[in-house]
Design a protein around this ligand. Structure first.
Ligand code: PMP
Length: 407
């Protein structure tokens, strides 16, 4: 049995024991079965459509291991640049601690709009500042997905898409991109039906590190344009591009909801900042998302929005260069022993497990003090595992050695 399941089973038994003892003692609850029936009534049905994040489970496990090599979580190992921390502190000290406008701090909105105008040529883009790209995704799906709507998603995919779409009663239509993780255009084209609500793109991709080429993106835009299908493009890793540029579909297609964030590029995962930008033709969608934000997140954290204005002008090329070296380290260290495609962006490698199913291999790795994530968390298949190499070069080297010893 794995470290992982021992840990969670001990916890479960302990809680169960406490519960049963309490139930018999008070005489109020006669047994576990009865309680589970009560819970069934209490919980909303939609909780059945989601499973606790497999990444978070491994992340939590890291706290109980002694100095593990942690390849599990997708956040940079560098800290927020001092200049940007100072901006946030300045805003807090200046008393800018109240709600901002729901759609975002005016200055930040303007600055994002300027960047989008310069890059994409959209004259009057609609901008909504959100609580991370996660917030933007939730608002977009709530705004757009009706029960029964189909959403086309290349597989492997970032975890949030599937669970939130399922929770809303939508239907995920997965497009298998194994083994090279390029966009299989023909498969996408065949998957389009009258119920297709949107296509999701995520380039650079979490978990594969794949970056789609101009040619692929342009061809996808043509497929979407044929039936006026919306494309949601999650570009949270756009700065982490190692072998050329990261083309955005927004260059080729106006019906694109562009999502970008601050979490990864500036190591601000805890600041909860992201944004959505859309061509003026899609203003109504952004307005509807803003309405939902009014009743949910209300606004993104105000002092951090102030600091984000400076972040948009901050040069992160040193970080990106350091991460390119980490990418090379991991690829060169594993390529002769494992089947893996050289990642071109983000900070992940998606590696075929040497023994199948991949989940069992992951358990073996965890028992050897190496935290990796089973590919099944991001995919309908259980053949690969994800490495996040956003850690020190030293740890990367240690992780490579452990993996090589298990291959
Ligand atoms: N999209 C992708 C592809 C991600 O990997 C993540 C974070 N892991 C997010 C969105 C959400 O990031 P955040 O909410 O921190 O902006």
């Amino acid at each position: 049995m794995s470290v992982f399941s021992i840990h969670s089973n001990v916890k479960k038994c302990f809680l169960l024991g406490l519960f049963v003892a309490f139930g018999y003692h008070t005489g109020k609850i006669s047994g576990v079965y009865e309680w589970s029936q009560i819970m069934k009534k209490i919980l909303a049905d939609r909780t059945n459509f989601i499973d606790a994040s497999g990444i978070r489970k491994v992340f939590a496990l890291a706290a109980s291991l002694k100095d593990p090599v942690n390849f599990s979580i997708g956040q940079p190992d560098f800290d927020v640049p001092q200049q940007l921390k100072d901006e946030a502190i300045k805003a807090i000290k200046a008393g800018q601690n109240k709600y901002s406008q729901t759609e975002g701090d005016r200055l930040l909105q303007q600055k994002i709009a300027e960047h989008v105008r310069d890059e994409l040529g959209w004259k009057n883009p609609s901008i909504l500042v959100t609580s991370g790209v996660s917030g933007a995704l939730l608002l977009a799906f709530m705004t757009l997905v009706n029960p029964g709507d189909e959403v086309i998603i290349p597989d492997p995919y970032f975890v949030i898409y599937k669970h939130v779409i399922n929770m809303l009663g939508g239907k995920c239509v997965f497009i298998d991109t194994y083994p090279d993780f390029k966009l299989p255009l023909e498969k996408v084209s065949h998957a389009v039906t009258d119920r297709t609500k949107m296509i999701i793109l995520n380039s650079p991709c979490n978990p594969t590190g794949a970056v789609y080429s101009h040619r692929q993106i342009k061809a996808l835009a043509e497929i979407a344009a044929e039936k006026d299908i919306l494309v949601l493009t999650d570009e949270i890793y756009e700065k982490f591009c190692y072998d050329g540029d990261c083309p955005s579909i927004a260059h080729y297609y106006d019906k694109a909801l562009l999502m970008r964030g601050f979490s990864k590029a500036y190591a601000m995962t805890g600041w909860r900042l992201g944004f959505i930008a859309a061509h003026e033709a899609l203003t109504n969608i952004v307005e509807q998302m803003t309405k939902i934000q009014q009743y949910t997140f209300v606004c993104a954290p105000t002092p951090f929005q102030k600091a984000a204005v400076a972040a948009l002008d901050y040069d992160v090329s040193d970080f990106v260069n350091a991460y390119r070296k980490k990418r090379d380290l991991i690829y060169e260290g594993l390529k002769d022993k494992f089947e893996l495609i050289k990642p071109a962006g983000a900070f992940y490698a998606f590696v075929k497990a040497p023994s199948q199913p991949a989940t069992l291999f992951v358990e073996k790795a965890i028992a050897n003090n190496l935290l990796i994530i089973p590919g099944s968390v991001f995919s309908e298949k259980d053949t690969h595992f994800r490495i996040s190499y956003a850690t020190s070069d030293d740890k990367i080297q240690q992780g490579i050695e452990i993996l090589r010893s298990l291959a």
